[in-house]
Ligand binder design. Structure first.
Ligand code: SF4
Length: 505
């Protein structure tokens, strides 16, 4: 195998090529400082969804042979996969999945390799509903390069992605669930630079010296870079990249002109937005909380008892499981509801958590209508999410439609006093999610600290836990159900405490 000048063998896969394509430093860090990579949970969830979708897509063209093989240590056995691919191609197999090739240190496994007469077509499978990302074409161009240097004639390049309009009717139809785009045009464009990219990658990886590359839009596109924290470790904290609702391009513009610290950004040509300046001023100097009493009072006057503090938890299956849903539809399976019937009345709590393995929507919708009668104000935090789920329930259950839409019409958003800048506390750090606002308003209160919860501490953990319940033994299942209930309950209890704080203000 070819070696680089630092005597480590040069080895490139399609994911490494795509990393290099995004930013050369990604490939270098992957090789020399892989421990600095930080995978955020949503990216991890996307990878897992990708595996699920990839397995499903294998059946898209009927019978197929998959050549995936593992070694005893659990790693892929690439040599065996390459040999098996050659054997299947020689045997006339029409569809080979994970078809593997290696040329001069360049390796790739084609998701689906389909015979087309004497030549072959590459089908790259993505779990996204967008088929037009340039990085996908770069990925396929790299594969085509490797295959052609292995003597394989490639006459078709296709992207298999999710059809965002597909609606599940009880039976999954692969040919409707997937959409297939011919991406020959964009692949041809990318093909022109594959060899030069590989040559440049060889040079970058040959050096043990870390490349000096400034932060650019590549740090965010096509994916947020997993080395972001490493590359920004020497920036002041907070920095321009922590400013509330300042677009990426503007942040990068300030960064490029040397305005990185909050002090820099207060100058004449710094940020001008009132809320952003307030965030900076509060961070730089100890100040009283900013409270716009008049606006807050008006907001509170619009809330009428009984008050219903509502929060949903949802799952988002990439492969739809429930009739009428699409890929990645948000399906509510749980809610928490705190109720205050009148001023000074004791706090009541209701909750719902569906049985795993069932369609949660009808039972949830019925109980929601029973728990929230047609009076008072329903309060959610970032209410567009709750309203969206309720609207979807109203569409599929016409008999509950009026009641559900009535709930929506009486909903108010507790986020508004913060997002509008009527209440600001420096500990919010420019973020107005309930997870930032709560500790800012109630520091050191263990009862309001999500990290003290057993098992489940955030929405993505809840999202993962609910489908996993199906396969758990009953005692473990009960413990996880209790964790889900506690987590969701804290979300609405937090809203009650925030409302009380606004009233005090
Ligand atoms: S954070 Fe930006 S500069 Fe650093 S490796 Fe990632 S893309 Fe490159």
């Amino acid at each position: 195998m070819e070696t680089t000048s630092n005597n480590r063998p040069f080895y490139f896969s399609k994911s490494k090529y795509c990393g290099f394509w995004q930013c050369p430093k990604i490939a270098w860090l992957d090789r020399y400082k892989p421990e600095e990579r930080e995978i955020d949970p949503s990216l991890q969830a996307r990878f897992e969804a990708g595996d699920e979708v990839g397995d499903l897509a294998m059946g898209l063209f009927g019978d197929f042979v998959e050549v995936t093989a593992f070694k005893d240590d659990g790693h892929l056995d690439l040599r065996q996969m390459i040999e098996a691919t050659q054997a299947e191609m020689a045997a006339g197999t029409p569809v080979i999945c994970e078809a593997s090739f290696s040329y001069n240190g360049l390796y790739c496994a084609v998701d689906i390799l389909k015979r087309e007469g004497d030549s072959w077509a590459i089908y790259e499978v993505k779990s996204s509903s967008h088929g037009d990302k340039q990085v996908y074409a770069a990925d396929v161009a790299y594969q085509k390069y490797v295959l052609e240097h292995c003597g394989v004639t490639v006459t078709g390049t296709y992207l298999v992605h999710l059809n965002s309009e597909y609606v599940f009717d009880g039976e999954l139809k692969l040919d409707e669930f997937f959409a297939i785009d011919d991406i020959a045009g964009t692949v041809a464009y990318e093909e022109e630079s594959v060899e030069a990219n590989i040559e440049r990658a060889r040079q970058v990886l040959a050096s043990t010296e870390e490349p000096t590359i400034p932060l650019t839009v590549s740090c965010f596109e096509p994916y947020r870079c997993a080395f972001w924290n490493y590359c920004t470790r020497d920036l002041p904290s907070p920095s321009v990249f922590d400013i509330y609702r300042l677009g990426t391009i503007r942040k990068l513009g300030f960064y490029a002109s040397g305005k990185v610290s909050f002090e820099d950004l207060l100058g004449d040509d710094g940020v001008t937005n009132e809320k952003q300046r307030r965030q900076i001023e509060h961070a730089l100097t100890e100040r009283e909380d900013h409270v716009d009493h008049e606006h807050i009072a008006r907001f509170l006057e619009e809330l009428t008892f009984p008050l219903y503090f509502l929060d949903f938890e949802t799952v988002q299956p990439v492969i739809p499981r429930y009739i009428g849903t699409k890929p990645y539809s948000q399906v509510p399976f749980q809610y928490s509801l705190h109720i205050i019937n009148s001023d000074g009345a004791p706090l009541e709590h209701r909750e719902f958590l569906a049985e795993s393995g069932t369609d949660p929507r009808r039972v949830l919708a019925e109980q929601l209508c029973a728990d929230i009668p047609l009076d008072g104000t329903v309060i959610a935090y970032n209410m567009s999410f709750e309203q969206g789920r309720i609207r979807e329930l109203a569409e599929i259950f016409p008999d509950l439609r009026d009641h559900l839409l009535g709930i929506n019409s009486r909903m108010k958003d507790l986020l508004v006093p913060f997002s509008k800048g009527w209440y600001y506390n420096r500990a919010m750090g420019g973020s107005f999610s309930i997870k930032s606002v709560l500790p800012a308003l109630f520091p050191n209160d263990p009862a309001l600290d999500y990290s003290n919860l057993p098992g489940i501490h955030n929405g993505s953990e809840a999202m993962d836990a609910f489908p996993a319940l199906e396969c758990m033994p009953s005692d473990e299942r009960e413990a996880v159900r209790q964790s889900l209930l506690k987590y969701c309950e804290l979300d609405t209890y937090a809203m009650v405490k925030v409302w009380e704080k606004l009233r005090e203000a």
